[in-house]
Design a protein around this ligand. Structure first.
Ligand SMILES: [Zn+2]
Length: 393
């Protein structure tokens, strides 16, 4: 098939269809309510064949950033596992640079966690950029310079020794454009640090079905794909590897990373096709579908009781369940979410409310997350709510 979006790495238009992903989005959400996941026939990269443009994503991250809430979002210092992850990344970068005077820019800095880690290691010349003004303010509160912006707005007055894109590139529509932007803002001997989820190992860390096929992650890198991208853009590899990031006490998330410098000769073009990524993603799809079928059976059991229900959680899994399971036809009294950015939005013709607005609504609560369900169940008990709690599994 011909893809609507050219391969973000090699610009080929011939791709193989892998999966169709649908979402029920809150009213006014700027992104598309579904896309096909495809594999590039030329380089093997796997990506969302979305018609949403970079401008739509810029708008989304400026106004809908779930990362804004420092308590529930990632990328800050408040969640101990997330903070541990970012300190680890900061240590890796400091070990590589070995120069506390180096100027470092973190693009998509969220709440400033990696920069805070570098600051604690003695780095002074730090700057963050994020599309969300709340994230920018949270970073400034850590005593770190930050400005609101995206990857496609110029940084005119200076160039950096190191630019970090940690868990940013999988969100970007124009991937090659992002790397060109970095090149323009990097000193000639500067280094770029890239880190993204490791799509070749999604299946080994599968907690929620199709977790990585979400509205935000539209690029699925393996280490080879990341290396191919940087080859195509004329950078040369210094060090690369894989790591497992802690999410909580017993869950991890697989990632790939690398350090690159501007290449001696532009556009070395020694890319090789990643033959195995497509197969790994196909296995991930099969396993995800099995979990989804189990969830659907459980939802059917609940709905057979002919009761109205309350859904707690309006994240990526909820948006899929509302499209792809019998929840599409459920009598939903309210959606509850902890993240203030979601309050007041309307999903599936029903308002999203804060937990403390729930009082008196006496229906079973279905917790629609598989990552934070235990924490939410504890919260419901702490709030002394008498509602029956139903889990997805
Ligand atoms: Zn390609």
């Amino acid at each position: 098939m011909k893809s609507k979006r050219l391969c973000p790495i090699c610009t080929a238009e011939e791709a193989e269809f892998l999966h169709s992903q649908k979402f029920t989005l809150p009213v006014g959400h700027p992104l598309s309510s579904g896309y096909d996941v495809v594999a590039c026939a030329q380089c093997g990269f796997v990506f969302a064949d979305t018609t949403a443009a970079q401008a739509d994503y810029d708008k989304f991250y400026a106004h809908y950033s779930k990362y804004e809430d420092a308590k529930t979002g990632t990328g800050g210092v408040e969640n101990p596992y997330d903070w541990q992850r970012q300190q680890g990344t900061a240590r890796q970068i400091a070990d590589f640079l070995n120069n506390p005077n180096a100027s470092v820019l973190d693009v998509g800095c969220a709440n400033g966690g990696v920069l805070k880690g570098l600051k604690e290691l003695g780095y002074q010349n730090l700057c963050g950029v994020d599309p969300s003004i709340t994230c920018v303010e949270n970073t400034r509160r850590l005593g770190i310079e930050a400005r609101q912006g995206s990857l496609f707005q110029p940084f005119r007055e200076r160039a950096f020794d190191c630019i970090i894109l940690s868990h940013t590139l999988e969100h970007v529509q124009d991937v090659q454009g992002a790397i060109r932007w970095i090149e323009d803002n990097l000193k000639p001997d500067g280094v770029i640090y890239l880190e993204t989820p490791d799509a070749s190992r999604y299946k080994d860390f599968l907690y929620a079905p199709f977790q990585d096929f979400n509205t935000e992650h539209i690029n699925h890198f393996s280490l080879m794909c990341l290396e191919n991208l940087m080859n195509e853009c004329g950078f040369s590899l210094e060090i690369s590897g894989t790591k497992n990031l802690p999410i909580n006490a017993d869950m991890f998330y697989p990632a790939v990373f690398g350090f690159w410098k501007k290449g001696a000769c532009a556009h070395s073009r020694n890319s090789k096709k990643d033959e195995s990524l497509r197969l790994k993603i196909e296995e991930y799809i099969v396993c995800s579908q099995e979990i989804m079928n189990g969830i659907n059976a459980r939802v059917d059991e609940l709905l057979a009781r002919k009761l109205p229900i309350i859904l707690w959680g309006t994240g990526q899994l909820a948006m899929k369940l509302l499209s792809e399971t019998s929840l599409a036809n459920a009598d939903i009294l309210a959606f509850v979410d902890n993240n203030p950015i979601n309050h007041g939005k309307v999903l599936h013709n029903t308002p999203i409310i804060a937990p403390d607005e729930l009082g008196g609504l006496g229906a079973p609560i279905l917790i629609t997350t598989l990552l934070h369900h235990q924490a939410i169940a504890k919260q419901i008990k702490r709030m002394n709510l008498k509602n029956e709690i139903v889990f997805l599994k």
